[in-house]
Design a protein around this ligand. Sequence first.
Ligand SMILES: C[S@@+](CC[C@H](N)C(=O)[O-])C[C@H]1O[C@@H](n2cnc3c(N)ncnc32)[C@H](O)[C@@H]1O
Length: 391
Amino acid sequence: MRYQSYFNTALNIINAYHGEMPLAHFLKQYFALHKKHGSSDRKMITKACYAYYRLGKALQELNNAMRLKVALFLLWGHEQEWQIVFPENWLQQEYDTLAKRWKILQTAFPNLQYTAIFPLQSALSENIHSTDFSAAFLLQPKVFLRIRPGKENEIIAILQQQKVTYTQLNKTCIALEQGMKIENILPLNKNCVIQDYSSQRVGELLQCIPHDSKSLAVWDCCAASGGKSILVKDTLNAIQLTVSDIRQSILHNLQQRFAVAGIKDYDLFLADVSKPLTPALKNRYYDLIIADVPCSGSGTWSRTPEQLYFFSEQQIEEYARLQQKIVQQVIPQLKPGGFLLYITCSVFKKENEEMVQYILKNFPLSLMKQQLMEGYQMQADTMYAALLQRN
Ligand SMILES: C[S@@+](CC[C@H](N)C(=O)[O-])C[C@H]1O[C@@H](n2cnc3c(N)ncnc32)[C@H](O)[C@@H]1O
């Protein structure tokens, strides 16, 4: 009966949640108010809620209770304990794999199609395989580590010593299972950083920038807590780094992270770069500007599937307008021959290829390389990056 009770609680939460804040915050508030749930209860209820949103926009014609059963059967039907909540007829054939459970449900609900999970197919960037991309929402993404230069042997030795289950994707990228507390095993930021596989692959575009002995002036204009800044430091090494963001709190996190990462000499300022820069900032010119712009985040929605469920198409346009404003302000700060690295974690062409077209049409820049990082193929985020050079 415990699992029936988890089901009922998850259903109450889903009925009360309307996407007003991240699901993780909503659950935290709920559990703070309902202290009777112990840690394993919280884990199971959370798992059920996330399963519901992983279905995205599929089967919205069902009531929430039936939709939650469908989601739980698909994602966790192989776990004996949940069987109490499923209709008998779903359990009459073999259902040990996701593919078998999908087939059983398709017989019951012919509208269940992978592309119904993510219906904005025509808005997707080129080369995204729509079925694979939609199907990936049913899998929990992995956590990825990037090993910092020269620390490879040390990190691998710790992982082996501590008997951590991991997959090594390349010399510096490690995939871990979701939910493991890696910060208890490895000192993060010093010798390795948590960074999604696709985000790490942005380094491939940085490699295209000629960097001999000359130190490059780099501005990470939407730096957040500095993930790309640490990557650029580790990739190009000799740089004079400037970081900025619109949020003070995130710059505070960046300062703490940089201190651990051993990054000392850098400039930092708070700025809304969608608005005209101050005269002092207008006097600064850079060899490389990293614009990891605010975006729909649609490439990361398998980590936050509630966003997939609540997102409306008109928001894409709003993000694209903000992105245009940001590039308008920062591009004039490029030195002649300088590079703009434009990055999103979006899967929408309006935020990706069409933004690059906008830049090429309106500014004296040439496209060096653009790349879609198809993280959905490997339980990672999907990202887009384009490297442009000022003529
Ligand atoms: C995608 S995140 C950057 C992630 C970061 N580069 C990293 O690798 O961890 C986008 C950042 O842009 C910031 N931002 C949003 N609007 C902005 C604006 N108008 N001016 C400057 N920063 C902005 C957000 O606060 C957020 O931290």
